[in-house]
Each structure stands twice: as structure tokens, then as C-alpha cells.
Ligand binder design. Sequence first.
Ligand code: ADP
Ligand code: F6P
Length: 320
Amino acid sequence: MQKAIGVLTSGGDAPGMNAAVRAVTRAAISKGYRVIGIRRGYKGLLRDDFSELSARDVSGIIQRGGTVLYTGRCEEFVKDEVQLKAVEKCRALGIEGLVVVGGDGSFRGAAALSAKGVPCIGIPGTIDNDIACTDYTIGYDTAMNTAVDMIDKLRDTAESHSKCSVVEVMGRNAGWIALNVGLAVGAVSICVPEREYDINAIAEKMKKVHASRKQHFIIVFAEGCGDSREFAEKLTELTGIETRDTVLGHVQRGGAPTLRDRVIASEMGYYAVELLDKGVSDRIVGMKHERVYDVGISEALAMTKEFDDRLYNIANEISF
Ligand code: ADP
Ligand code: F6P
């Protein structure tokens, strides 16, 4: 049987995952492999939900959001016996290497499969950018651009009515989206889980700025900071400025990937196949200082990501 490479997307979907699937498929075919596209993450492997992908099957997907392989969460995959079943399935299919596009949880599954004899390479795909071994994750750039578009629209109405708009953005426990989006929309304040915020200090700043003839405000609030509605209500009380809350939600995960996400996904997908082709296993592909590299999965999972205090301080200092 011709050797095969499997590819799956797992965890939350992210724009650019399709570009990664396309790159993996085309790179593998060009190196002489068959490609098996596994649907709905690890679930598809266990339930025989897969199909062979040709070069044409991945035509016309580089510009599409979501993931044509669908994604899924498979809670039982933490169990040893379930992982062994997945290994058997890979053997039966002739899968000699598996590319897993997802986040930290998905990489733990990939590490387990690697240890059990199926070489796996992880590619970071999540809008949250909360994976320590890489400066960028696939989907992050698109999600931020979507949030900026939405907040620019909210600004028009906040400005017309001289109101304050508190916008809750995604990011799970990380404030990367909030930080960059907040700076990009000129938010008067950015709340991130990595740094404590003082609502009284924010209110004082708003009152001071209000007195200097600025009549409308945008505050970007990371979902990891708590309840943005409560925050907005309290801010109205403290400032006397009508403050409305908008939760951007899942819209941030959709839409056509940006150029940056398409390029990163293509580069990482190609690199993952190169690693498997060289017999390398149990690694994650990352990007540091604009260069693609790889790192061991357990080493990567033990890393912590340093918050960008410089950017945070710049945003604060110039927002008045
Ligand atoms: P993400 O990959 O975005 O972090 P999740 O944390 O939901 O998303 O993980 C995605 C999937 O990865 C889980 O549904 C499960 O199938 C698998 N997974 C998560 N944690 C583990 C683990 N400790 N061991 C094996 N597989 C895991
Ligand atoms: O990890 C991506 C993400 O969109 C997070 O930003 C968010 O906290 C979470 O997934 C939402 O997950 P779900 O779609 O399962 O509610």
C-alpha cells in the first residue's frame, strides 16, 4: 500500500485551517504520499469518518473560513484504550504520519499518538493566539481584523450618540486579541486577563477625557476578564455616560482568512509534511520572529507566553 499522511482539524475552528489542509495535502501528494482527510478531529479517526483527498479536492478552499474537514471535540480521547484504537485505525489505513491542526488540547492528543507509534506533527490553529511556542496562530489575524471592522462600525453609532461602547472580544483566557484590537481601534481602555484593571481608574480617565471635549468612547474587554455587561452597567453609574455592551461572539471565528493567515497556514502545512517526510515526530510547527521552526510537543506545552507589556503600555499612554 502506498504510504499515507493523515490530516485533521480539532478544537475550535479558525480561519486559515483550510489553507493548512490544502498545503498539507498538496505537499504530501507532491512527495509521493496518499492523503487521508479525517473529519471532526479525533472523532473521525475512531468512527471511520474520513476520505482520501486528491489535489483537486482541496481546490477552491484557500479563501474559505471554517474547515472543510469539520472539527470536533472528542472528550474520550484522553483515555489510553481510545488512543490505542486510533493507532490501530491509522495502521489499517497505512497512515505513517498525522498532521493535527488545533490548539494545546489537540496537541496533547498528538503527543499521545506519537508516543504510541503514530508520528504526529501539530500546527497551531486557533484565533486566541494562546499557544506559547509560536508568535502567531492560524486564524488570529483574521479574527482581529474582523473585530476591528465590527468595532469601527460600533464607533460610528457611539460617536453619533456620544455614548461609550464596551466591546467584548474572544480569546478564552488570553488577551492577545483584545490588546491588538484595542490599540487598532483607539480604545480608551483595554481590559485583558493578564493584567488587573481598576474600573474606578477607567471611569476617572473617561471623565477627564470627556472634559477635554471627547464625547464617545470605545473600551475593548477580553472575555477572560469576566462579565462585560456588568462592567458596562457599573461604568454608566460611575461616569454618568451611557455605556452599552456588545459581545462580538462567534462572528470572530468566521470569514475569509486574511493574506497573513493564508500564508502562515500554507508555510506551516508544508513544513509539517517536510518533517514527517524526514521521519520526525512529536513536534509542533511554530513561528518565531517571522520564521517557521519546530519544537517538541511536551517542551512546547510547558512554555509560557510572555504578555506584551510594551504594547499594552503604549496603548494606555496614547489613549486620551
Ligand atoms: P484545542 O485543541 O483548541 O485546545 P480542546 O482543548 O477542546 O481544543 O481539545 C481538542 C481535542 O483534543 C479534545 O476534544 C480531545 O479530543 C483532544 N485532547 C484534549 N486534551 C487531551 C489530552 N490530555 N489527551 C488526549 N487528547 C486530548
Ligand atoms: O478557542 C477559540 C474560542 O473561540 C475562544 O476564543 C472562545 O472562548 C471559545 O473558543 C468558544 O468556544 P465555543 O465555540 O465552544 O463556545
